[in-house]
Design a protein around this ligand. Structure first.
Ligand code: SF4
Length: 359
């Protein structure tokens, strides 16, 4: 997959001289310099325009979980916001409704010292970091070279891991790096139908798994995220097909964890999905409002989804580090047969896997 077509680039005044801005500009063959426009339609979200800017907030922040559900204690490294892919269910559509464009934080290197100081402050504390929450971790890597900037410092630390989460097969930056330790390459997966119809611009399932196989062969630890699970027509056969493909392409022993979550969204996302993705079928189900105000499937549906996935993934291999994203103790117990009880327990479970897999 070639990297996405960038039509325009906006460079914020104070960021013109930044080394990262210059390098990125040098890597874009055809783009015109533009000014921010007040007339960007929320429908386009400015996904063909790169906006290079200095980020004023904190680069490393805990994942915004809610106290009502069990959260994994992940830290988000905020390297960019927005994404050139266009999944119908993407929460960024409402998060960044008023912040269009592919916003790249070009002062990342200047802030790396503070990020590492935070990690180094307690060598006993494991810090799991990811760049794939407000953007796809690798979609823009051919332009930004995040892999170049981040892999070395993370590889040198024994109490941290860095997870690159993607729906692309853009792994050249990873493969050409000499660093492997403490790096996790991660793919979001779904059924073949949901992948093909609801994840616009993403690599096909087969391409994602081919990329994962290559990364395993190159010595990387990998992980997967079945999120959002969506009960659609033929979902059981669909998800089984994906698990079959995983079996064909991957060595399960090299998987550090697989998360599962079901579709959930704040109410303001619904009209945006309807408008931006008129052909979508993801809103066809029935939803209730969860304790965090998000719409989600009824409990029995969520439990059935997770039980089905767990049963079939564990048939493939029994030690995959399966966990649920943002679910309650009750749902954990009923669908997984055990529960970490709270966020501290889940953090401990995942930290133990880090220690075990990266011995
Ligand atoms: S890949 Fe992730 S960040 Fe990008 S559009 Fe899809 S859900 Fe959103």
């Amino acid at each position: 997959m070639a990297y996405y077509h960038i039509k325009n680039t906006i460079v914020e005044e104070g960021s013109k001289k930044s080394p990262m801005s210059r390098k990125i500009m040098g890597r874009i063959p055809h783009t015109s310099l533009a000014k921010p426009s007040s007339s960007i339609s929320p429908d386009s979200m400015g996904k063909d325009t790169l906006h290079l800017l200095s980020y004023k907030g904190e680069f490393l922040k805990p994942c915004p979980g809610t106290k009502e559900y069990i959260c994994c204690g992940y830290q988000i490294l905020n390297v960019a916001t927005n994404c050139p892919l266009d999944c119908s269910y993407c929460i960024l559509q409402s998060y960044f409704l008023h912040q269009p464009y592919l916003r790249i934080h070009v002062n990342l290197e200047e802030n790396l010292g503070a990020i590492l100081t935070f990690i180094d402050r307690d060598p006993e504390q494991i810090v799991r970091v990811g760049t794939g929450e407000f953007a796809d971790s690798l979609a823009l890597d051919p332009l930004t070279h995040w892999t170049d900037i981040l892999m070395r410092p993370f590889s040198k630390r024994k109490n941290a891991v860095l997870e690159f989460k993607t729906k692309t097969n853009q792994i050249d930056g990873l493969i050409s790096s000499p660093y492997r330790d403490r790096i996790i390459v991660s793919w979001s997966l779904n059924s073949p139908l949901i992948s093909a119809t609801e994840e616009k611009g993403a690599a096909t399932l087969k391409q994602r798994l081919e990329a994962a196989r290559r990364c395993q062969a190159e010595g990387f630890v990998v992980s997967f995220h079945f999120d959002p699970l969506i009960p659609h027509k033929g979902w059981r056969e669909g998800y089984l097909k994906t698990i079959d493909l995983m079996d064909r392409y991957l060595n399960p022993k090299g998987i550090i964890w697989i998360s599962m979550g079901s579709l959930r969204f704040m109410p303001d996302l619904k009209p945006i999905i309807r408008k931006r993705h008129p052909g979508t079928s993801i809103l066809d189900g029935e939803f209730i409002t969860g304790l965090d105000g998000k719409a989600r499937y009824f409990k029995p549906i969520r439990i059935e989804l997770y039980q089905f996935m767990r049963r079939n993934l564990e048939k493939w291999y029994s030690d995959l580090g399966l966990y649920l994203c943002m679910e309650s103790d009750e749902i954990w117990g009923k669908s997984m047969g055990w529960s970490p009880q709270d966020s501290k327990g889940l953090k401990g479970f995942l930290d133990d896997r880090v220690v075990r897999i990266f011995k």
